[in-house]
Design a protein around this ligand. Structure first.
Ligand SMILES: *[C@@H]1O[C@H](CO)[C@@H](O)[C@H](O)[C@H]1NC(C)=O
Ligand SMILES: *[C@@H]1O[C@H](CO)[C@@H](O)[C@H](O)[C@H]1NC(C)=O
Length: 327
């Protein structure tokens, strides 16, 4: 605990974001997209790390491990998309803490620190959790149209990734209730029910995640649950004197030095920034939605939600537009 406190003080001065919680041998670290964070790992006792091998790996959603960083004395090597983004903090000679910079959505997951000296190897597991929002997604061509690979592409197009089971579970605890089944990143298909009812797995079943189990990634078609984290840029409704067609909406954002916003942007702004606007606007995928944080008459009266109007004819001039400007 003292070591952790020391780390917090130390890293604060280095402008690193760390919010760690020690849970037994497992440590949880919470981050936002774009943050620099530290994943703590210490060798207890007197022995020094010098001459030991330090190996950081990441556990993937299919339980394989990928290398992040390997260190042997002065020789260090980083791997894959961690290259040039990770280094060892080396605060003292017992410190194997990893610094991970510019966190992205794929960094979410469990990291394993192994200190190998041949005598008493030590393993520490650190869960990196991202603060963010889970949202259900189905494309213009309609419900239950995505195989797993389409689902990954669909989330990516919305500035998101396919959600994990843990992320959907957290969203369910936060009240998410959705009656269409969607892919998760472990290849299962599930949906969250807080309010059991007949068409959604039965009225007399208990609340929870309904699980269809592993599905064929090429041939099974469902919706998807996407996950996105905080925005680096600015999400806003573009104030204009008249309503726009889809093409005009795309152009209007461009003229404003921005791009038309994605579905991930509207959910992130709504959930994490409390964005509230009772104007239906075009988004990049051709859908029309609006974000309501303060439910009121004529604007999602019963719940805070991102309201889905539909995928209207793109020529209709009935809506405004939401834009996104990277900063
Ligand atoms: C993260 O670290 C990099 C250098 O490693 C630095 O350029 C950047 O400003 C840092 N970002 C934040 C948010 O502190
Ligand atoms: C794990 O997630 C990555 C990225 O979302 C994906 O490309 C990969 O197919 C997933 N693996 C499994 C086994 O689900």
């Amino acid at each position: 605990m003292l070591a952790l406190l020391f780390l917090v003080l130390l890293t604060t001065s280095l402008n690193l974001h760390v919010e760690a919680q020690d849970i037994g041998s497992r440590i949880k670290v919470y981050a936002n997209r774009g943050d620099n964070i530290t994943l703590p790992c210490h060798l207890e006792g007197q022995s020094s790390l010098f001459g030991n091998r330090i190996k950081w790996t990441k556990m993937e959603n299919d339980s394989t491990e990928t290398d992040v960083l390997i260190s042997m004395g002065f020789h260090k090597k980083t791997y894959g998309n961690f290259q040039n983004r990770v280094y060892l903090l080396e605060a003292d000679e017992n410190d194997a803490t990893l610094v991970l910079t510019d966190i992205n959505l794929n960094d979410y997951g469990t990291y394993i620190c192994e200190v190998i000296n041949g005598l008493n190897d030590k393993i520490t597991e650190v869960d990196l959790e991202l603060q963010g929002v889970v949202f259900p997604y189905s494309p213009r061509r309609g419900r239950y149209n995505l195989n797993f690979h389409d689902a990954e592409a669909a989330c990516l197009e919305q500035d998101a990734v396919v959600a994990s089971f843990e992320q959907l579970f957290e969203a369910w605890k936060g009240g998410l209730d959705w009656c269409n089944a969607g892919w998760l990143n472990d290849g299962t298909v599930q949906y969250p029910i807080t309010n059991p009812r007949e068409p959604c797995g039965g009225a007399r079943t208990s609340a929870g995640l309904r699980n269809y189990g592993q599905r064929d990634k090429s041939n099974s078609r469902y919706d998807v649950f996407c996950f996105t984290s905080a925005l680096k840029g600015r999400f806003y409704y573009l104030i204009l004197p008249k309503k726009l067609s889809y093409d005009e909406a795309v152009q209007a954002c461009k003229n404003d030095g921005a791009e038309i916003a994605k579905v991930g942007h509207i959910y992130s702004a709504w959930k994490l920034l409390g964005y509230d606007r009772c104007d239906a606007g075009w988004l990049a995928d051709g859908s029309v939605r609006y974000p309501i944080s303060r439910p009121r008459r004529n604007c999602s009266p019963t719940e805070a939600a991102v309201r889905f109007v539909g995928f209207p004819d793109k020529k209709q001039k009935l809506y405004g537009v939401y834009c996104y400007k990277t900063q």
